[in-house]
Design a protein. Structure first.
Length: 140
C-alpha cells in the first residue's frame, strides 16, 4: 500500500469517526437544555459580557456563555440554576510595570451592579431542549 493510499484511508476513517460523533450529538438529550436569549442594559443590548448558570443543587456543571451585542447561548444540564451576569468596563489605563518604557494596560471595573452578579437572586429552571430567556437589566 502506498503512502498516499494510507493517508487517504486515514482521512476517510477520521472523517467517518467525526461524522458518527456529530450524529450521535444530534440525538435528543433529555439531560441537557440550551438557553439562548438577549441581555439589555437600560433598554440597549449589552455590548459584551458573561452570563453564568450555577446549579442550585451543586451537583452539575456550571455553564458560562459570552454575551456579544446582547445575545448569548449556553447548553447545560437541566435543573434549577442561579444566574449571574458581568460586563467589563474600561475606566482608564495604567503602566504594566514601573519603568519608563512600560506598556499601558486597561484598568477594568464591573459595569453591572452587584444585584446581577455577586448578589444575584436571578434564577432559571433549565428544561430539556431549547428555551428563550431575556434579561432586562438596569444600572439604577
Amino acid at each position: 500500500m502506498s503512502a498516499n493510499m494510507t493517508i487517504s484511508a486515514l482521512f476517510q476513517l477520521s472523517f467517518f469517526v467525526v461524522c458518527a460523533t456529530l450524529s450521535c450529538g444530534c440525538s435528543t438529550d433529555t439531560k441537557n437544555g440550551t438557553v439562548a436569549g438577549m441581555v439589555t442594559l437600560d433598554g440597549q443590548p449589552l455590548e459584551k459580557g458573561l452570563i453564568r448558570f450555577t446549579p442550585a443543587d451543586g451537583q452539575t456543571a456550571t455553564a458560562d456563555a459570552t454575551i456579544a451585542a446582547g445575545k448569548f447561548s449556553a447548553t447545560m444540564p437541566v435543573g434549577e440554576k442561579r444566574v449571574s451576569l458581568s460586563s467589563p468596563k474600561v475606566v482608564g489605563q495604567r503602566k504594566m510595570y514601573e519603568t519608563a518604557d512600560s506598556p499601558m494596560v486597561d484598568m477594568i471595573q464591573e459595569l453591572l451592579p452587584p444585584k446581577y452578579n455577586s448578589q444575584s437572586t436571578l434564577t432559571i429552571t433549565v428544561k430539556s431542549g431549547n428555551q428563550e430567556q431575556a434579561y432586562d437589566l438596569t444600572i439604577k
